[in-house]
Design a protein around this ligand. Structure first.
Ligand code: KG4
Ligand code: ZN
Length: 348
């Protein structure tokens, strides 16, 4: 009998539920996004996201079970993203999972959001097993992680300020692109000339940590300067600094910075497997450049398909299975937690 997990993910603006067998086989994967509600505010409004989760969570769970052709009684257990993320959003998913666990008597398994992003790769690549090095890049995080085992993580680098997705969304907003701007900026950048603008490549002495706020601020300053010059010279701003060129320079700087640090981490650790994970791993330039790096270094590269890069519950269900196998359980006192370091025990 295969071990099957239904998992719920509600850490940001996607309400998602999925059923996965043995941590590897997707039986259903339902994602309902409330992004359109946040569009006119230029970013996720936590109150609106929580309310949307409340409305969506029961139908989304029902649909995930129906598409898998299973009932709760057929499941091995229930997985849930318990953090990190927006507290009001997480609470909805955690409460729903606790209710299902209570009603069915099935075990409840809390999982870390970034561990789940990494686990998206187990669904896409049946041969992938730890240990490996992972670059986890999302709207809230940038980590280089040593994945020593399915449940054992060591963070080698983190961002000291903005997350790359956050910087993408901010620049997109300034260029008038609707939230979430990451994918739109990515497309625009592919048409531009990255040499049009010189941007910083920050790094720290004796540390692999990232910093993206300098790249973001320098991009915004260049945009404002071009706007000012356009006014005084009575020319179009596009003729001084085109959106596509700004986008290309920004994208080049972010991706180069990410991969320079990944290269150093590979030198230090000697891993020959590199895994990308998180919403920003959907970025086309990051995917292309990671392939080039892997060819150059003779690495095996794993990059999830686009649907598994951004938030979904199949990745949560995959990680739930591995967490369950290692004995991870929660009781009905489980709390959602907005701050939770990958590799550390869940805070109480
Ligand atoms: O992992 P995710 O779905 O949610 C979080 O855990 O944060 O990541 C969402 C982030 C957003 O900031 C979004 O703009 C960014 O991923 N993103 C991209 C691309 N697709 C999504 N950023 C750059 N290029 C993309 N193609
Ligand atoms: Zn995410």
């Amino acid at each position: 009998m295969k071990k099957m997990f239904l998992a719920i993910e509600s850490s940001c603006d996607e309400t998602a539920a999925a059923v996965v067998a043995e941590g590897r086989e997707i039986l259903s994967n339902v994602v309902q996004s409330s992004a359109s509600l946040h569009e006119r505010f230029g970013g996720v409004v936590p109150e609106l996201a929580s309310r949307a989760h409340l409305e969506a969570v029961v139908p989304v769970v029902d649909q995930a079970l129906a598409e898998a052709d299973l009932s709760v009684a057929d499941l091995t257990g229930l997985g849930v993203c318990a953090g990190p993320g927006l507290l009001g959003s997480l609470i909805v998913g955690v409460s729903a999972a606790k209710a299902l666990a209570f009603a069915s008597g099935k075990p409840l398994v809390p999982v870390h959001h970034l561990a789940s992003h990494i686990a998206a790769n187990y669904l896409a690549f049946q041969d992938l097993e730890p240990p490996f090095l992972a670059l986890v890049v999302s709207g809230a995080h940038a980590h280089i992680v040593e994945v020593q085992d399915y449940n054992s993580f060591v963070i080698l680098a983190r961002t000291r300020d903005d997350a790359p997705g956050e910087a993408y969304d901010k620049i997109s907003r300034e260029l008038g692109l609707a939230y979430p701007g990451g994918p739109k900026l990515d497309k625009l950048a592919r048409m531009g000339n990255a040499q049009a603008l010189d941007l910083p490549r920050p790094h720290f002495e004796d540390s692999l940590d990232f910093s993206f706020s300098g790249i973001k601020t320098a991009s915004l300053n260049a945009l404002n300067k071009a706007k000012q010059q356009a006014k005084t010279r009575l020319v179009r701003r596009e003729d001084i600094l085109a959106d596509k060129d700004l986008a290309a320079a920004f994208q080049e700087a972010v991706v180069a910075s990410l991969l320079e640090h990944v290269s150093q981490a590979l030198d230090q650790t000697g891993y020959d497997k590199l895994v990308l994970a998180g919403g920003v791993s959907a970025n086309s330039w990051l995917r292309d450049q990671s392939e080039a790096l892997s060819r150059e270094r003779g690495l095996k590269l794993y990059v999830p398909p686009l649907t598994l890069c951004t938030d979904n519950a199949a990745m949560t269900a995959a990680q739930s299975y591995y967490a369950y196998e290692s004995g991870e359980r929660a009781d009905l006192k489980l709390n959602a937690t907005a701050m939770w370091e990958l590799g550390s025990p869940i805070p109480h």
